[in-house]
Design a protein around this ligand. Sequence first.
Ligand SMILES: Nc1ncnc2c1ncn2[C@@H]1O[C@H](COP(=O)(O)OP(=O)(O)OP(=O)(O)O)[C@@H](O)[C@H]1O
Ligand SMILES: [Mg+2]
Length: 452
Amino acid sequence: MKTRILIVDDEVDALDLMEELFQKNGYETYTARNGVQALKIIREQEPDIVISDIVMPEMDGMKLLEAVSKEYPDISMIMITAHGTIETAVEAMKKGAKDYILKPLRLDEILTKVKNNAELKALMRENQYLREKLSEKYGLGNIVGKNKKMQELFNLIQDVARTSSTVLIRGESGTGKELIANAIHFNSDRVNKPFIKINCGVLAENLLESELFGHEKGAFTGAIKSKPGRFELADGGTIFLDEIGDISPNMQLKLLRVLQEGEFERVGGTETKKVDVRIIAATNRNLEEAMKEGAFRQDLYYRLNVIPIEVPPLRERKDDIPLLIEHFLNKFNQAFNKNIQGVDEEAMRCLQTYHWPGNIRELENLLERAVVLNKTGLLTVKDFPPYVVNAEPENSIPVNLDRPLTELVDEYEKQIILVALRENNFNKLRTAEKLGIHRSTFMSKLKKYGIN
Ligand SMILES: Nc1ncnc2c1ncn2[C@@H]1O[C@H](COP(=O)(O)OP(=O)(O)OP(=O)(O)O)[C@@H](O)[C@H]1O
Ligand SMILES: [Mg+2]
């Protein structure tokens, strides 16, 4: 594809000179005599590069530059300015011009600058293309991940989507539970039916009840009209019950009935409603622990946990960090009209060391902020907060007292085994010896922790 250049100058001689030069060198050209004409051509043709004189009648070059930087940030502007007015050139660069050319015009200089610019643009286009390819290759829709566990998860999601079984998605905050719920619905044959979401954690019990099951007129103060609930609205489709671990015992009982019989009554109603709804629930709570404490019904747990999906925290899939970064840079470059090329080596090392308690959401938020504030086109440690940049590598496990001791100890044991394996070149026999345990004990531990 030929690079397309718009030349804007009120002097016909200069215009002809440049037009001939570029055409001889294989560019496609357009010409305009002032800013107004130029904008019209830009709108119709969207050229790659605009070379514009600054002093022109009607709309001058600076005004044109402002309009183009705002509306067409992908177009490179190169400004031509009369000899001796270097300040104008500087001002133009500040306003977003990519380069400037001083008058009197020198053909070789013009050509070099345009060539450089065209090459840079081609490179950026290619980068963009590669990035898009990358996320297509390693992902399920907008969920990216090439980590082994994530790849298994994608397969599981696709299998599960074909059924109508109840799914329980577990994982820390920000790991992508909602994204997975979306993927299940949109890959299922219910895709053209409603997908209804409700966050059970934020509503008071009576509100939640009327939201889920609806209410009849006069059921409570303020119920001036009958209203269908989310289950009715989701009929034929999918309902996503987020933060299911937070609901009250009374609501647990009512949900159990829907799960068992597919039926319920509106608040204040007598008619029993029957619906066909696929249920996906999610929580970051430890439901087993809640069950032991009597805060979560066991029968409901078993009804929900038909297909469990465990989403690993980001610190257990750090190999996905570069890919996720590419993905989010893509997203935010587009959203904010920026062109950040990437993250330098030092910053990448820091991002891979940090332990990401807020998981992907935290990574996403930090990148958004970095993209918005960055001025250089490359993210460095300066673009990230000190607690990320100065994070110490983890050699001890963070003690999260929400979890039972046995689980914490298991996690610690798993880490030790992984380190020992690595240090012994993954030779199982030698690792077992080194750890001073019998080979069969060691093998059963490998099995227990899913290490192979
Ligand atoms: N694998 C992924 N690829 C791309 N984006 C992701 C991925 N996982 C999560 N995200 C993004 O991270 C953010 C958090 O994801 P999501 O809301 O699904 O998490 P969550 O597990 O539901 O969190 P919470 O428990 O706090 O509700 C979203 O903006 C989501 O798009
Ligand atoms: Mg969520």
